[in-house]
Structures are given as structure tokens and as C-alpha cells.
Design a protein around this ligand. Structure first.
Ligand code: OGA
Ligand code: NI
Length: 352
């Protein structure tokens, strides 16, 4: 690639700074009080709930250790992802995402109308996933998204499905801790996910990029769902906008930890007590990088709005209710092609 393809070039104010600020202080939280049942007592859980609460408030991001996800399973999905992306473009494009199901292989995603330097493979946690056909709020027709079944690498689907089960388990635990930290009942959020969740997993591959000062692997964005669990490899490149000073800081890779962030849905449920924080991924001129986010999303018919328990006269709801499925369909549409308008954001539902 000689000439710089302008589709990938970020506006000057959004270009990455190659002199990296390593993030100091993104909390690392030890989940052993909940994963190691014999040890757990109420005081250690209380401490954990406090830690999670402060991390959500101060960072919107945290890392977890002793999370209960078997390392061997993570290694298997990482290896499978490597093998899948190492195939020819022609082979990968056989499993290309289409207009009906936005699952499978895709290498032309845009974030905020600039092309990302990456290729992805998307897979839904539920097959089929029920979802509105259009984002029009008066249109009640439903659509369903299905997953592709690549032949290679062997057992690709089985490995992904097994990994998704572990991600869901971890998400349900984290949601309980988050609910407790907001003063809610532990199971307060469960109903939105137990049936018909719209969660998905994404395998990201960021090839080496000859102009890492101009392009990004994923442009700055907030995750629209409830929670994200990210596995990043040892190369690193995830940057988070630090709430304290609005600086972009790099999240240093730590083996066998997961990076968790709260998404827009939790921001709305908590009426802004926990904010969904902007993040992006840098690319690297020498090394390719892999990452695997799991996006934990509610059922399509979930009406997202500030919880009654967390609002009152002094702290009135800051958002109008919106339907999760309609939001998701609008967003997916926005990713397909370069559009000259900004895609849907939760502040569009903000009550002035
Ligand atoms: C994402 C994302 C970051 C990364 O896919 O939403 O933020 O490090 N990825 O790959
Ligand atoms: Ni993200």
C-alpha cells in the first residue's frame, strides 16, 4: 500500500498520539470472592462491590483477574481467530456479512465515518437472534439474524459457542455486582437478558498499518450495549479517554485479565451515575494485533430508561425511553456504509 487511502485518515484532532501515556490506575479487580465460592463471605463481597462501584464511577473501565474463565478456552479461541484471519481474502469473504444478518466476516467497517484499519468476524450469542426488521418505531415486523458456519478452522463454531457461554456467566456476575453497587437488588437487571438477549462476540484483527499516526484500528466510540468484556492480546493498543482529565491513555496488556467497560445502556439505567466512556484502538506499523470483545446486550423489546429506584424529584430522569432493538438496528445500518451524518447516540434521547 503506497498511497495513503483517504478513507482511513482521521481528522487531525482525532489522530493518535504516538508518544503513549500508559494508563496508571485503571483498577484491577480480583473477582475471587465470587468465583471461589468456598472463600466468599459477605464482607469480601462488600469490598468487591465498593471497588466495582468506584471503578464504574471514576473510570467506566476496569480489569478483572480470577474471573473464572478457563485460560485454555481463551487460548483456543485466540488460536482459532488467528487461523481464520490467516486465510485468503477470497476464503474469508465466503462468510461475509450480508444485508439480512450482520454476522460473519467484514473488512470495511467505519466508525464515525472514517474507515477502521481492521477486519472482523461477528457472531451472535443467540442463533437466531430476534431483532426488529427496521428502525422505524411504527414498524412491528421482526427479523432474525443467523450465524455463519465456516469450515475452517476445525470446530470454529463450537469453540466460539463455548467461549460465549463463559462470557455470559461472567456478565451475569458482573451485572449483579454493578446492581449492588448502585444500591439495587442483585438480580435487578437479569430480566432484560434472560430471554432473547441480542449479545454478540467479535473477533478483531488489526493488520500492521504503514501509517499508524493517521489511522486507527477502531475510531473513538462508546459501546452502545450494557457491558463489554474485552480480551486483548499482548501487543496492546486499546486507549481509554480518562475521565479525570480527558486524556487518551493506553491500557497495558496483562496476561489472563479481561477489560470490562460499562456501555450506554448502563449509563441510561443509572441515570448518568455510571458513564459509558469513549475508547479507541491504535494500530502498529510492525505488529498485527488481535482482540475479542463480547458485547452483552438486552432483548430487543427492552425499553431502556433511567430506573425508577435511581430517580426522584431532585434527580429526575435524564433520558427519554428508547427501544433497544430499534437503537441496535439503526446503529448496524450506520456501520455498513460511510454516511455523512453522525449515527444514533444516547444523547439524542437526553432530556434537555
Ligand atoms: C470495540 C472495541 C477495542 C479493541 O470493538 O468496540 O472497542 O481493543 N475494541 O479492540
Ligand atoms: Ni468498543
Amino acid at each position: 500500500m503506497g498511497e495513503v487511502d483517504p478513507a482511513f485518515v482521521q481528522d487531525p484532532q482525532h489522530r493518535p498520539n504516538l508518544s503513549i501515556i500508559q494508563a496508571e490506575g485503571i483498577p484491577i479487580i480480583d473477582l475471587s470472592p465470587i468465583t471461589n465460592h468456598t472463600l466468599s463471605d459477605s464482607s469480601s463481597i462488600e469490598g468487591l462491590v465498593k471497588e466495582i462501584g468506584s471503578a464504574c464511577k471514576e473510570w467506566g473501565f476496569f480489569q478483572v483477574t480470577n474471573h473464572g474463565v478457563p485460560l485454555s478456552l481463551r487460548q483456543r479461541i485466540e488460536e482459532a481467530s488467528r487461523l481464520f484471519f490467516a486465510q485468503s481474502l477470497e476464503e474469508k469473504r465466503k462468510y461475509r456479512r450480508d444485508e439480512i444478518s450482520p454476522t460473519g466476516y467484514y473488512d470495511t467497517e467505519h466508525t464515525k465515518n472514517v474507515r477502521d484499519w481492521k477486519e472482523v468476524f461477528d457472531f451472535q450469542a443467540r442463533d437466531p437472534t430476534f431483532i426488529p426488521l427496521t428502525s422505524d418505531e411504527h414498524d412491528d415486523r421482526l427479523n432474525h439474524w443467523n450465524n455463519p458456519s465456516p469450515q475452517y478452522p476445525p470446530h470454529f463454531r463450537d469453540i466460539i459457542e463455548e467461549y460465549i457461554q463463559e462470557m455470559e456467566k461472567l456478565c451475569f456476575k458482573l451485572l449483579e455486582l454493578i446492581a449492588l453497587s448502585l444500591g439495587l437488588e442483585a438480580k435487578r437487571f437479569e430480566e432484560f437478558f434472560i430471554k432473547d438477549q441480542t449479545s454478540n462476540i467479535r473477533l478483531n484483527h488489526y493488520p500492521p498499518c504503514p501509517y499508524p499516526h493517521l489511522a486507527l484500528g477502531v475510531g473513538r466510540h462508546k459501546d452502545g450495549g450494557a457491558l463489554t468484556i474485552l480480551a486483548q492480546d499482548e501487543v496492546g493498543g486499546l486507549e481509554v479517554k480518562r475521565k479525570a482529565d480527558q486524556q487518551w491513555v493506553r491500557v497495558k496488556p496483562t496476561p489472563d485479565t479481561y477489560i470490562i467497560n460499562v456501555g450506554d445502556v448502563i449509563q441510561v439505567w443509572s441515570n448518568d451515575a455510571y458513564e459509558s466512556v469513549e475508547h479507541r484502538a491504535m494500530v502498529n506499523s510492525e505488529k498485527e494485533r488481535f482482540s475479542i470483545p463480547f458485547f452483552f446486550n438486552p432483548a430487543h423489546y427492552t425499553e431502556v430508561k433511567p430506573l425508577e429506584e435511581l430517580t426522584n424529584e431532585k434527580n429526575p430522569p435524564k433520558y427519554r425511553p428508547y427501544k433497544w432493538g430499534k437503537f441496535l438496528v439503526r446503529r448496524k445500518g450506520g456501520n455498513f456504509k460511510k454516511q455523512n451524518v453522525e449515527n444514533l447516540q444516547i444523547y439524542h434521547f437526553k432530556i434537555a
